[in-house]
Design a protein around this ligand. Structure first.
Ligand code: ATP
Ligand code: MG
Length: 393
C-alpha cells in the first residue's frame, strides 16, 4: 500500500511512475483508492519493491499489508499470522482498527477488542499497551477488502516526477548542485541538467563525474534525464582577457545563466535551479547573487539557499551523491578562480565590461550551438546529438 498525496492528477502521475519503476516485475497489479495506491505483489518478495518505492517522489509512506475478505475470523487469522511472523517478538502491542466501510457489522472499538483478544489468547506472553506499544497492529476495513499491517515506512515525500513543470539544473561536479537537483525532483520538477566544461583545461574524468551524478538523479526521477554539456572554454578565456580579475566569477556566472536561459527556451523549461547557498563563497553573497541573477529573467530556484554546509553534506550522503562529488577533478570555474573574487560586485561595471567584449552575444550563441546532449539513465548515457566538428573528449 502506498499512501500518496490526496490529489487527483498527482495520483494519476504517481501510478504511472510506480508502474514504470516496477516494470521488470511481471503480473503485479495496481489499484487506487482514497489517496492510496495498492500494489498487489502476486508472489514477488516485498523488500526489493519497497526499496525502490521508498525513493520515488510523491509517496508519503508505504506499508506491506495482508489483505483479507471482510469477515471477522479471516481478519483475526491475518492479524495473528502477522504477529507470529514478526522478526522480533514484541512485549507489548495494540490493535488500531478503522472502519471506513460502514456496512461491516463491528465498529472500530469493537474490532480493537475482537482482534486484540484473539491475538492475546494465542500469544499469552503479550501485553496490551495503548499509550506506547512496541507494535501497533492496524486493521483497515475498506469496502473492497480489509487490510492488516503494522509497518509504516516513510516515503521520500514531495510530488510525483514532472507534476510541476520543467526547469534547467545547473549541475557542477560539486557537492551542492546534485542535492539541489534531488530537491527539485522531489518537488515534482522535471529537470534537464546543464554542465559547463572547459575542455581541454578540464579533463574527461570531470565530465564522467557529472554523468555519474546525473545517473543518480535519473534513478530518483525514474525517467531518463537530458544532460547538456556546454563548451565554455572560449567564453572563459575571453572574459579573462577583460583583465578584471575580481569580477571574473561574476561574469562567468552571468554568462552561464544566459546560455542556460537559451537552452531553457529551446527545451520548454521555465526556471533555473542552482546549488547556491547564501554566504558559502564570494559569488553567493546577496550582493553577488543580485548582480549575477540580473543576467536572466527566468526564475532562479535555489533549494539550498538557507541551508548550512553540513546539512547539505548529510543530504548528499543520504541520496548517494557525496562519494562522487568529492572526487578530486577540477571544475571549470576553479581553474580561473582569482585571488580575491568580489563579494560585492558592481552591476554597472559588469555590464560595461560585457558591452565591450566584441561579439559577446555571438560567443554565447556559439556555446549554445556547440552544446552536446546526452540522455542519461541510471545505467547508461547515450549521445543525443553529435557535437559538430569541434568534438571534445
Ligand atoms: P557546487 O557544490 O554545486 O559546485 P559550490 O558551492 O561549489 O556548488 P559554486 O561552484 O560557486 O558553488 O557554484 C554555484 C552553483 O553554480 C552550483 O551549485 C551550480 O548550480 C552552478 N555551477 C557552478 N559551476 C558549474 C558548472 N561548471 N556547470 C554547471 N553549473 C555550475
Ligand atoms: Mg562548485
Amino acid at each position: 500500500m502506498v499512501k500518496g498525496r490526496n490529489r487527483n492528477k498527482f495520483e494519476k502521475r504517481m501510478l504511472e511512475q510506480v508502474k514504470q519503476a516496477l516494470i521488470s516485475y511481471e503480473n503485479i497489479a495496481y489499484f487506487k483508492s482514497f489517496g492510496r495506491l495498492y500494489v498487489k505483489l502476486n508472489g514477488h518478495p516485498y523488500e526489493p519493491v519497497a526499496d525502490r518505492l521508498k525513493d520515488l517522489f510523491g509517496i508519503v509512506s508505504l506499508s506491506p499489508v495482508m489483505s483479507t475478505e471482510h469477515e471477522l475470523e479471516k481478519i483475526r487469522a491475518a492479524a495473528l499470522a502477522i504477529m507470529q511472523a514478526l522478526p522480533k517478538q514484541p512485549a507489548t502491542f495494540k490493535v488500531s482498527a478503522k472502519r471506513a466501510w460502514k456496512k461491516f457489522p463491528h465498529n472500530s472499538q469493537e474490532m480493537n477488542h475482537l482482534v486484540g483478544g484473539h491475538v492475546l489468547r494465542a500469544m499469552p506472553e503479550l501485553k496490551v499497551n495503548v499509550g506506547k506499544p512496541d507494535i501497533e497492529l492496524r486493521v483497515d476495513i475498506q469496502e473492497e477488502a480489509a487490510y492488516v499491517y503494522y509497518d509504516v515506512i516513510p516515503g521520500a515525500g514531495g510530488f510525483p516526477f514532472a507534476s510541476n513543470g520543467k526547469a534547467m539544473l545547473l549541475l557542477s561536479g560539486g557537492i551542492d548542485s546534485p542535492v539541489a537537483g534531488w530537491l527539485a525532483l522531489r518537488k515534482g520538477l522535471e529537470i534537464e541538467a546543464v554542465h559547463f566544461h572547459s575542455y581541454p583545461f578540464t579533463s574527461e574524468q570531470a565530465k564522467d563525474k557529472v554523468i555519474e551524478l546525473a545517473k543518480r538523479l535519473s534513478y530518483f526521477s525514474g525517467e531518463p534525464i537530458k544532460l547538456h554539456l556546454v563548451p565554455f572554454t572560449e567564453i572563459q578565456t575571453t572574459l579573462v582577457q577583460a583583465k578584471s580579475d575580481n569580477l571574473i566569477i561574476t561574469l562567468m556566472r552571468r554568462a552561464m545563466l544566459r546560455i542556460t536561459e537559451q537552452l531553457a527556451e529551446r527545451n520548454g523549461a521555465f526556471g533555473i535551479v542552482t546549488g547556491e547557498s547564501l554566504g558559502q563563497v564570494a559569488s553567493q553573497t546577496l550582493p553577488s547573487m543580485n548582480v549575477i541573477g540580473r543576467a536572466t529573467v527566468l526564475p532562479q530556484l535555489k533549494p539550498l539557499i538557507m541551508m548550512d554546509k553540513h546539512e547539505i553534506i548529510r543530504m548528499a550522503e543520504r541520496i548517494g551523491t557525496y562519494e562522487t562529488s568529492i572526487l578530486p577533478y577540477e571544475d571549470c570555474c576553479t581553474l580561473f578562480l582569482p585571488k580575491s573574487p568580489s563579494t560585492n560586485p558592481n552591476l554597472r561595471i559588469a555590464e560595461k565590461i560585457e558591452s565591450l567584449i566584441p561579439n559577446y552575444k555571438q560567443l554565447l550563441t556559439a556555446a549554445v550551438e556547440g552544446t552536446e546532449q546526452l540522455l542519461i539513465t541510471p545505467e547508461a548515457e547515450t549521445a543525443m546529438q553529435t557535437a559538430g566538428e569541434d568534438s571534445w573528449f
